[in-house]
Design a binder for this molecule. Sequence first.
Ligand code: FAD
Length: 474
Amino acid sequence: MSRYDNNLVVLGAGSGGLIAALIAATVNARVTLIEKAQMGGDCLNTGCVPSKTLIRSAKVAHEMRSADRYGIAAREPEVDFAAVMERVQAAIRAIEPKDSMARYSELGVTCVAGHGALEDAHHVRVGDRLISTRSIVLATGASPLLPPIPGLEQADPLTSDNLWALRDLPSQLLVMGGGPIGCELAQSFQRLGSQVTLIDMESRLLPREDAEVGEFMAETLSAEGVDVRLGHQAKEIADGMLHASTGSGDVAIAFDRILVAVGRRPHTEGLGLEKLGIETAANGTIVVDEYLRTACPNVFACGDATGPYQFTHMASHQAWYASVNAMFGRFKKFKVDYSVVPWCTFTDPEVARVGLSESEAAAQGIAVEVIRYGLDDLDRSIADGSTRGWVKVLVKPGSDRILGACIVGSAAGELIGEFVSAMTHGLGLKKIMATIHIYPTLLEANKFAASTWRRAHAPERLLKAVGLLQRLLR
Ligand SMILES: Cc1cc2nc3c(=O)[nH]c(=O)nc-3n(C[C@H](O)[C@H](O)[C@H](O)COP(=O)(O)OP(=O)(O)OC[C@H]3O[C@@H](n4cnc5c(N)ncnc54)[C@H](O)[C@@H]3O)c2cc1C
């Protein structure tokens, strides 16, 4: 006789929850997936998919405007913003079936619509239904954070949650927040025809990256017409203006819509965590151990709800550990592996990273050798007219072991994959050099970065000896 109706109950059907449920169904566990809003969560409905679709439309507008660089008459695009936003919805609809209840039910997952809350360690309540389970995975995601700025709520702020319902292009858009989401959306709206002001209280954009990346991004956005205001601390919104303090006094910035992209707060309210002694950190994330287990030993968490990375691929990476440890932890547990974590900011040019940055290495006292290859040297970049950017690789001094890589340039999110594979499988720069790269591709930049390293470490004595041998053989 079974003690519980389920082996696993998963709360939240976003990037993390869907994978956790899929893994459970694959191993023939009985699994229930509870979703209170839309299947697919943030990534499909309000995050990656809509933003990347918008970015593509914005790029077309930008290329029309700058077509004369390619010998084609440039023209100001006539942007039908409502049609752009309908295209965004069409992309969501096209991908939606993959994350749907119909598909997951077919895969053997019991899907339940509603808000799930922990009743006790083995029961989850959805409305008046009580579902029993041996283990639980919390994959409840996060929501955009609205900072407590007086007047902000009354200004009807846009966030990544409600932005996608917009059908009228704001003429003056104020974007608050210079992280990846703020930069991607600021560039897109500027390209689509808004006059964008981007403000951040930090002294540079993309603060997680090396300073040169933030400077490059500020230059890129400014060159496209975005009014980039750094070191601006928003104080209040009054009389249709944002009032901010800066190092050189207070300023007022006019806008007709404001878009807030200053971070994301985990969804933990109404989950019943306190009943089970499950703690949250100061930033709201659910506290877990290295097995993604909460203080309640049969309750696990993954994705944005627990962090520390807020990416779709990390939510699904963690989902494997959370679900496998939840189901099989009594026999064998796996520590979540964060040794090689890649990400990309999908601005144009893109910024992709894996492993250590130069500033992180310096802060942690890790010695690194920095290798740099500029895209202005790459044949394909020259042919494409996209020579802005670089490949930067950090290696362990005295070896070819890759500790980190950052690519700034077209398709950087694709190109970084080679370094991600190399780091994951312990391959060094010599192996990248020994791999045939198709000519002329952007991917060759990785190989040229590796050969820059090789040249700096040429085996001088051996080359001298070979030179002597050649002389004898002449
Ligand atoms: C504008 C934007 C662009 C982004 N772009 C990228 C990108 O390019 N690449 C990338 O990797 N990441 C990107 N992200 C981040 C990515 O979307 C998230 O990291 C990812 O969706 C997190 O997945 P998750 O499963 O943790 O949470 P979510 O996808 O948010 O899913 C959580 C689900 O849980 C549900 N839920 C919450 N509480 C309950 C409850 N009590 N009961 C039942 N259901 C509940 C929610 O309704 C939601 O559907 C972007 C995010 C935004 C906002």
